[in-house]
Unconditional design. Structure first.
Length: 139
């Protein structure tokens, strides 16, 4: 069994963004040489997410509005976490809703997706460098 590991780096200038990272993950799979196995993609920060869904702009806008309605950024004083001097209590909650990671089967050297599935990086407290781990195991 082979193993491959790579960190993808992001520095999103906005507070919140949803970025399709499927091409970067596919490049990692190609670099790995693994054709049968599993690929794990996870956000390495507690204010960011990795998830699978459709790459459709209306859906992305719906996600951003929905997340902001569930955990609005303002007023920052509403979150006890922010009482420590932080201003990202909402980002921790958004990450919890959207999830930390995805696992995708690798079959025939390709991501074994269903129709319309793509991998996304969700940023909820941007404006600084963050990492996403790609770990692939298989043969």
């Amino acid at each position: 069994m082979k193993s491959y590991r790579k960190e993808l780096l992001f520095n999103i200038p906005k507070r919140m963004a949803l970025i399709n990272i499927t091409p970067q993950v596919e490049n990692c799979l190609k670099e790995s040489g693994i054709t049968e196995g599993l690929i794990l993609v996870n956000a390495m920060h507690i204010t960011a997410s990795v998830f699978i869904n459709d790459d459709e702009s209306g859906l992305h806008q719906d996600y951003e509005e929905w997340l902001e309605s569930l955990a609005p950024h303002e007023p920052v004083s509403r979150y006890r976490h922010n009482w420590t001097g932080e201003d990202n209590g909402d980002a921790h909650l958004k990450r919890q809703i959207m999830g930390r990671e995805v696992v995708v089967a690798v079959t025939g050297g390709r991501l074994d997706f269903g129709p319309w599935e793509q991998i996304f990086y969700g940023e909820f407290d941007g404006r600084r460098r963050k990492k996403v781990l790609v770990k692939i195991i298989g043969e």
